[in-house]
Design a protein. Structure first.
Length: 323
């Protein structure tokens, strides 16, 4: 049976132990551990959780045995309790939002806030993405807070909720260890990605209402960000993003469409990185393959396109809709 108790906050192990106990009531913890093939400490922890939730009753016996409560009654009660908790949370969130709206603005907080420190920046990035409702526009470019790029887990969560992501990548950064694979993971989950040979800025715009950007676009990482709220500034940043987006080349990963049906997955990856301005050695580093493999794939694509130079190949690939 599926993870029955997941919606009420219980774990998969709790669910497994409960279903086993329904099948064999009055079982001891050791007997359940053998039945479900879980470690005894995990089974005991699950039984404590189930007892606290009112789904299991502990019998005064030696060894201690357990019986399940009538599932329809116990689960109904648990669901009702969870609904009450969620309603309470919703009411508290509304009250907090009302307090924030009524609080007087201080300084420039209504227009631009200064966020300082790595922890504060990471918290703000996560808060913005997890609070996104419709769309996130993101420009990914160095320098990076961690020194090297890391997987954007908050994006994967937001994509799972149906939030649209359009991400523009600084092409040369894709050769950094693991960065191409991180991008491909997000694209596989629904991200629209494009690359440019050089991106002059980095920023994140959420729902076209708030943006986070560095105080400077220089090479040094200042660990200081500007959180922008003012609608005219947000509108200007969106215009900048759209202008860069129009110039960028789409990333060709995942399933082929009717235009790229004749290309292998590796060919689509190589074309994307070529369009991003990467040289053969950089492409090889990004994909984790030998440089000679990249050279061979490019030569075979040029032959397919009937091109003598890379410029001609690029023109032909664009004509066919490959890039």
């Amino acid at each position: 049976m599926a993870h029955l108790l997941g919606p009420v906050g219980l774990t998969e192990s709790d669910n497994t132990v409960f279903l086993a106990l329904v099948s064999t009531p009055r079982a001891a913890a050791a007997e359940l551990a053998d039945a479900v093939e879980l470690p005894l400490p995990a089974v005991r922890r699950a039984l404590r959780n189930l007892t606290a939730a009112g789904l299991v009753t502990m019998l005064l016996s030696r060894p201690t045995r357990y019986v399940p409560a009538p599932p329809e009654m116990a689960i109904d009660a648990l669901v009702s309790r969870r609904q009450q908790e969620l309603e309470g949370l919703r009411a508290a969130a509304r009250e907090l939002a009302l307090q924030l709206r009524e609080a007087p603005a201080t300084g420039t907080a209504g227009v631009v806030e200064i966020i300082e420190g790595t922890d504060a920046i990471l918290h703000t990035l996560a808060q913005l993405q997890l609070g996104a409702r419709d769309e996130v526009l993101l420009v990914d470019a160095p320098p990076y807070l961690h020194g090297t790029p890391v997987q954007n887990q908050d994006e994967l969560v937001a994509l799972g909720r149906g939030v649209r992501y359009r991400c523009l990548y600084h092409g040369p950064a894709l050769q950094l260890p693991g960065h191409y694979d991180q991008m491909a993971t997000c694209v596989a989950e629904g991200e629209q990605a494009r690359t440019l040979a050089s991106v002059p800025m980095k920023m994140q715009i959420v729902d076209r209402r708030v943006a986070l950007m560095p105080v400077s676009f220089s090479a040094a990482e200042t660990r200081t960000r500007l959180l922008v709220h003012a609608p005219p500034l947000i509108e200007a940043l969106v215009v900048c993003f759209e202008a860069l987006w129009e110039q960028a080349a789409p990333v060709l990963t995942g399933q082929a469409d009717e235009r790229t049906a004749g290309l292998s997955e590796r060919d689509r990856q190589v074309l994307s990185l070529m369009a991003a301005g990467l040289k053969d050695q950089a492409i090889a580093r990004a994909l984790g393959v030998a440089q000679r493999t990249v050279v061979r794939r490019i030569a075979e694509m040029m032959t397919t396109l009937g091109a003598d130079t890379r410029f001609q190949a690029g023109m032909q690939a664009a004509h066919r809709g490959w890039i």
